[in-house]
Write a protein that binds this ligand. Structure first.
Ligand SMILES: *[C@@H]1O[C@H](CO)[C@@H](O)[C@H](O)[C@H]1NC(C)=O
Ligand SMILES: *[C@@H]1O[C@H](CO)[C@@H](O)[C@H](O)[C@H]1NC(C)=O
Length: 221
């Protein structure tokens, strides 16, 4: 590899490194991950007359028609790069209500299943999550970012708790220090006041003597 070709690559990788460091220091910045449909099998169709239109939808979002899925008991697998992918985006600690449906030309659309779609369901190390509904479908979703994201969010909450602990210790130490300093200051002021009083008493006593001497002197005269 020539140095000229190597240099831009190096810059790209160092940018990537900086991004990675920034993102790992502030995992709160990245709080959602992209989910794709990995595979699906449908066990029945609700439409009898025409070919079914099978789609996925999350509440408040656009529907995603999965164009190829037409036959039952056929495993359809996807690359994740299809024109209609990704399926949706999912946030940490915020599930979405999503489902698979089939368009119905006469009445309202038929529901295969509707469930809470959560990032925490992606627990397998390969980033896959299977949702199976008996006699309806079996779908596998893919989200490789989901597990690192969950770990990152656990890490942040953990360090937040740690931060609280450190904060508390600091508060206790500072208050203890302030109390000690105030007590010492009060003692010092009291000592100083005692010393001043003793000196004043002594001075007054001596003055009394001097006055006495003066009187004696006068008497002697
Ligand atoms: C939904 O679809 C419309 C039109 O196709 C598009 O303008 C809009 O941005 C989409 N909304 C979302 C949330 O993807
Ligand atoms: C659903 O599909 C996945 C992947 O194709 C498979 O591993 C799993 O065993 C299936 N589950 C059922 C209940 O059919």
């Amino acid at each position: 590899m020539s140095p000229i070709r190597f240099l831009p690559n190096f810059r790209v990788s160092s940018h990537f490194l900086v991004c990675w460091i920034v993102l790992s220091c502030f995992p709160g910045f990245i709080s959602s991950a992209i989910v794709t449909l990995d595979s699906v099998v449908i066990f029945k169709t609700h439409e009898w007359l025409e070919k079914p239109t099978f789609y996925f939808q999350c509440q408040g979002e656009n529907m995603t028609v999965i164009p190829d899925v037409k036959k039952t008991h056929v495993l359809y697998t996807f690359k994740g790069e299809e024109s209609w992918q990704p399926l949706t985006e999912i946030a940490v600690k915020k599930c979405k209500r999503c489902g698979f449906y089939e368009k119905d030309s006469i009445k309202s659309d038929d529901v295969f299943d509707e469930w809470e779609f959560c990032l925490s369901d992606f627990i397998a190390s390969d980033g896959k999550y299977v949702h199976f509904k008996n006699k309806e479908f079996n779908a596998t979703f893919l989200c490789p970012e989901c597990i690192p994201l969950q770990k990152a969010s656990d890490h942040t909450t953990g360090s937040h708790d740690g931060g609280k602990g450190v904060h508390l210790v600091l508060v206790i130490m500072v208050s203890a220090l302030v109390s000690i300093v105030s007590v010492l200051a009060v003692v010092a002021v009291y000592k100083y006041w005692q010393k001043r009083k003793r000196e004043q008493d002594q001075a007054r006593f001596l003055k009394l003597f001097e006055d006495g001497d003066d009187i004696e002197d006068e008497l002697a005269l």
